[in-house]
Design a protein around this ligand. Sequence first.
Ligand SMILES: NC(=O)c1ccc[n+]([C@@H]2O[C@H](COP(=O)([O-])OP(=O)(O)OC[C@H]3O[C@@H](n4cnc5c(N)ncnc54)[C@H](O)[C@@H]3O)[C@@H](O)[C@H]2O)c1
Ligand SMILES: O=C(O)C(=O)C[C@@H](O)[C@H](O)[C@H](O)COP(=O)(O)O
Ligand SMILES: [Zn+2]
Length: 368
Amino acid sequence: MSIDRLHMELGERGYDILIGSGLLDQTGALMAPVMRGKRAFVVTDDQVGPFYLERVLTSLDKAGISHDHTEISHGEYSKDFAHLEALVDSMLDARCERSTMIVALGGGVVGDLTGFAAAILQRGVDFVQIPTTLLAQVDSSVGGKTGINTKKGKNLVGAFHQPRLVLADISVLDSLPRRQVLAGYAEVIKYGCIDDADFFTWLEANGDKVIDGDITARRYAVAISCRAKARIVAADEREGGIRALLNLGHTFGHALEAETGYGDEILHGEAVALGMIMAFRLSARMGLAPAADVIRLETHLDRLGLPVRLSKQRHWDVQRLVQHMAGDKKVKDGKITFVLAHGIGKSFLTPDVPEQAVHDMLSEFIGA
Ligand SMILES: NC(=O)c1ccc[n+]([C@@H]2O[C@H](COP(=O)([O-])OP(=O)(O)OC[C@H]3O[C@@H](n4cnc5c(N)ncnc54)[C@H](O)[C@@H]3O)[C@@H](O)[C@H]2O)c1
Ligand SMILES: O=C(O)C(=O)C[C@@H](O)[C@H](O)[C@H](O)COP(=O)(O)O
Ligand SMILES: [Zn+2]
């Protein structure tokens, strides 16, 4: 079985991103070289655990790594202070030491929460990401952003804490519900929109294969996405500049997630899909992007089954969305830095966006 090996070029914080099928059964052997000791603490959720925990624990046994584990409740609700406290307590109860390797086995929720717990436990212990959703394999497991949501907004408390290794086993995506695959696909198409028009074109031709489970197409999409993310993060680890391009669609998307209470109504990836459409519509409204590219993006997302309009079941309020956006981490001196685009594959950052243009775009989108 072949493994694609990418490297996150961050000097002493650098690490490999391994992509392949069946990696789960080699977890212990693949982790051992980056471990400081012979103990691991595995965190998963109550939907991933029944599928994959036993295989990971068996591979740790085979590699002579002793282990404890815990399961959190699945879903975005778990990314909060209460679950963080409970998770850190369970690590302390298990007498995790500074040399214990923390393992995040799950989607972005498990990865973000566990990574943050690892960042603060005993002032920082090592962790490994084993992403089990498409979203986590192409995005959240790579780059070291960890954290939780608070009442004031999305991911507002957290730490940059890079994993020691990422193991992306493509075959685990076979058990992922279609809605979750589609949500992850939004972050895949994001890389095409940011600076890779050729990838966008490839996705227009092959996106349905990625969604429907073609292993070669999935592996290619994960590898290209991780390569893009690793390149951007290596250039700007702590988001002083170009890393913010990875936030395309997120200023609007996070506002939708906050407004809907971080539940099942809008998943993160779905919010990003809608947010990217809003970013492109705003760009076109400001005369920066061709309308044809907005249509191209909407048509592609719509054809694959992602939401491209806001639900009519809910009353959306422009002012409330703008208030959520005001808490964005890209706000500087009271002004939001937006990720806009001159077209597909031509995204850029700018604080120069008239408030009226944002209001008009949001009003139009809510009414659409
Ligand atoms: N740190 C980052 O850079 C970064 C990047 C993107 C997103 N995120 C965060 O990631 C989170 C979203 O992650 P997500 O989309 O993976 O959601 P998730 O972690 O909630 O997983 C989605 C659902 O799928 C289930 N699941 C996971 N893997 C499965 C599998 N293989 N088979 C069957 N079911 C499975 C989970 O139990 C969960 O119910 C958000 O909180 C978002 O903010 C972080
Ligand atoms: O890694 C990044 O940088 C990203 O922005 C990736 C995003 O897909 C991800 O959702 C991230 O968690 C958003 O970061 P935030 O700083 O806006 O909370
Ligand atoms: Zn995201």
